[in-house]
Ligand binder design. Structure first.
Ligand code: FE2
Length: 501
């Protein structure tokens, strides 16, 4: 997947520019053939307004939340988008200035110096943002647009109207939860947040929202499991659901610690301590148990330098040569497989405990009882990230699998869609000149048994085209184009979304 594609015209700047919302859905022009069974809505979140009152919002994660929808029905496709009426948006529009501090934009002189300090804003009395630009997911019958704070916003997935701001602190003992929950087949939502532990120490809290009757967030199980937070700085966190276990990784300064918790009954496995070299992490691909080991596949960025610091809009809106230069200084991306042994015996010190035949990942027990992990690299290319990973979630989540789909970032600029066979490391690429795609969502063919029998849906922007925004439908097996539905509007960058059948 080494990219030879260059972007001297810097067309990508267009996906970081403010757009207006639409008054009504607009029809798309379809080329190719959309599978007849594909009838539903693609809902995606992203930033849509990148400045307020003439002042720029500084970071990729600061723009005001815009919800996008492509509707596919009876062979026709429409596109619609609305700004979410969050407090951050409404007050900014009313006062014509940034009122609530965002990740990288302070509303007023801010004692916090970097983005990560948002974690500590709870202690400093700074108003926490509800700008839900990161993701949208269902809880019961309802749909919530979310960011990584304690506020989530209920939206109508059909009209895209904003319905209600919900403060999770009222239901859960958390300061905030991630925007990337794990959702079970029955609708149970698991997530992890940070909270206060014993004696006001910081801890992590795994929470469970069962699929309530009538779709309600009122029934939750908070405090399923508390984990100690090991350091007051440099903590990254990811939660992923295995069949029986939760796995967390935290990068504490120069090392990463993996933590395990059992699912039922929920309990922290304090005797299993796994360490690895430092990495940044936004997304995990999948994880599963096999013969007494947990296999965890992750989209990592090597080292402890904070990747967020390279995602300021001023950086990604630079000319191409400058974008490349900045990315060269940033942590390097790598898709990695870590393997964690569950059955550990003291006498096996110094030996590699991993006996799975298909991986070169290792785990060595040290005299202090911790286990040092070295990964197997599944994909690596200079400044070429495989990010925003997706899998056949309903069929393979928490199970052995073959295929991951991702957005290819070329020096942080999204310019391709990639399929990766995590067993053979074979890759397939969809790419087109001056095209900027988004996270590819996998939708299985009804009744399919093959893991990659389905389509990938992605919103693509082609700035120079007559109709510059389109929904792309790819055959997930071969990564070839089945159809595109184009509209006469630029669509700004989107982060995460869902397909609602
Ligand atoms: Fe994400």
């Amino acid at each position: 997947m080494v990219s030879r594609v260059e972007h001297p015209a810097a067309g990508y700047k267009k996906i970081f520019e403010t757009v207006e919302e639409l008054n009504e859905p607009i029809p798309a022009t379809i080329t190719g053939v959309i599978p007849s069974w594909l009838g539903g809505s693609l809902l995606r979140m992203g930033p849509g307004q990148f400045e307020v009152g003439g002042e720029p919002l500084n970071h990729l994660f600061d723009g005001q939340a815009l919800i996008h929808k492509f509707d596919l029905k009876n062979g026709e496709v429409t596109y619609y988008r609305r700004f979410v009426r969050t407090d951050a948006y409404v007050r900014a529009m009313t006062e014509n200035r940034v009122v609530i501090t965002e990740f990288g934009t302070a509303a007023y002189p801010d004692p916090c110096k970097n983005i990560f300090s948002r974690f500590f804003t709870y202690f400093k009395g700074i108003e926490v943002t509800d700008n839900c630009l990161v993701n949208i997911y269902p809880i019961g019958e309802d749909f919530y647009a979310v960011t990584e704070t304690n506020y989530i916003t209920k939206v109508d997935p059909d009209s895209l109207e904003t319905l209600k701001k919900v403060d999770l602190c009222k239901y859960l003992s958390v300061n905030g939860v991630t925007a990337h929950p794990h959702t079970e087949a029955d609708g149970t939502v698991y997530n992890i947040g940070n909270c206060f532990g014993k004696n006001m120490s910081l801890a992590y809290n795994i929470v469970k929202i069962p699929p309530a009757q009538g779709g309600s967030i009122n029934v939750v199980q908070s405090g399923l499991c508390f984990l100690p937070l090991m350091s007051a700085e440099c903590v990254y966190l990811v939660a992923c659901g295995c069949l029986h276990l939760f796995i967390f990784s935290m990068c504490v300064c120069l090392q990463t610690w993996f933590h395990l918790a059992t699912k039922d009954p929920a309990a922290y496995m304090s005797s299993h301590k796994f360490r690895a070299s430092a990495f940044n992490l936004f997304h995990q691909i999948n994880s599963y148990e096999d013969q007494g080991f947990i296999v965890v596949d992750l989209c990592t960025w090597k080292g402890h330098d904070f990747v967020y610091n390279y995602l300021y809009l001023a950086n990604v809106k630079e000319e191409w040569e400058e974008v490349k230069k900045a990315a060269t200084r940033a942590p390097q991306p790598e898709v990695r497989r870590y393997v964690l042994p569950l059955d550990i015996h003291r006498e096996e010190q110094g030996k590699n405990l991993v006996s799975l035949s298909y991986t070169t990942a290792t785990a060595v027990l040290h005299s202090d009882g911790t286990i040092w992990l070295e990964p197997e690299v599944l994909f690596s290319g200079p400044r070429q990230a495989f990010e925003f990973p997706q899998i056949n979630y309903s069929q393979r989540c928490g199970k052995e699998y073959s295929f991951a789909y991702g957005l290819g970032l070329n020096h942080f600029i999204p310019d391709k869609i990639v399929k990766l066979n995590v067993q053979t490391k074979e890759t397939w690429v969809w790419q087109e000149e001056d095209c900027y795609p988004s996270e590819p969502l996998f939708v299985p063919t009804p009744g399919a048994t093959k893991e990659d029998d389905g389509v990938l849906l992605s919103i693509v922007v082609k700035p120079g085209a007559e109709r510059p925004g389109f929904l792309l439908v790819l055959d997930a097996m071969k990564l070839t184009e089945l159809a595109r539905a184009e509209v006469n509007t630029i669509i700004p960058v989107t982060l995460h979304g869902i397909y609602k059948p």
